[in-house]
Ligand binder design. Sequence first.
Ligand code: E4P
Length: 221
Amino acid sequence: MELYLDTADVIAVKRLARVLPLQGVTTNPSIIAKEGKSVWEVLPALRDALGGSGKLFAQVMANDSERMVTEAVMLTERISGVIVKIPTTAEGLAAIKQLNTMNIATLGTAVYGAGQGLLAAMAGAAYVAPYVNRVDAQGGDGIGMVRDLHQLLKMHAPNSRVLAASFKTPRQALDCMLAGCEAITLPVDIAEQMLLSPAVQSAVEKFEQDWQGAFGTNLLG
Ligand code: E4P
């Protein structure tokens, strides 16, 4: 199971990389635009925040396959090991096919249906990213889509992995893991909600109180 943060917030990545078993960071154009810095500034800073290693994902901006391929090549030439996110439009599928022949690793993104994700995987995407909450928000079944997609990849595109994305609750993320998806990317607030639990905090405080009441210190002594 690979765990990623879905953010370009360098400070948050540094903070959470210390405690979470992170494989890397995923970004998209909206996430990078929020930071107000160019992709060329943000990606190296994210890699530093991860401690100098880890996978980075960055998305092309072009809409036609030819320019998507050009942008993907530019990204991989300038940011070593980057995995290129390609929206799984018809043009995107053509770009994924082409990039696959060039040994450039891709992630098929903006997946709103299991069939769409399967086509991206069959075209050669190393990962496909179903948008769980966005599907739920449209009245669909995001987890059901992930379950179907996971099964379809196992049967027909075993070299591709489901990297589930777009979450508004920790429950959605856990349900994707239960559905068997191989990777997940969490927004910072959802990762923090999974880390913090008021019940755990109050249990720890009670241990401290009891110990201090007996020994007057909170060290083992
Ligand atoms: C994934 O590729 C996207 O970056 C992201 O997870 C979309 O999340 P959102 O629906 O919260 O914007």
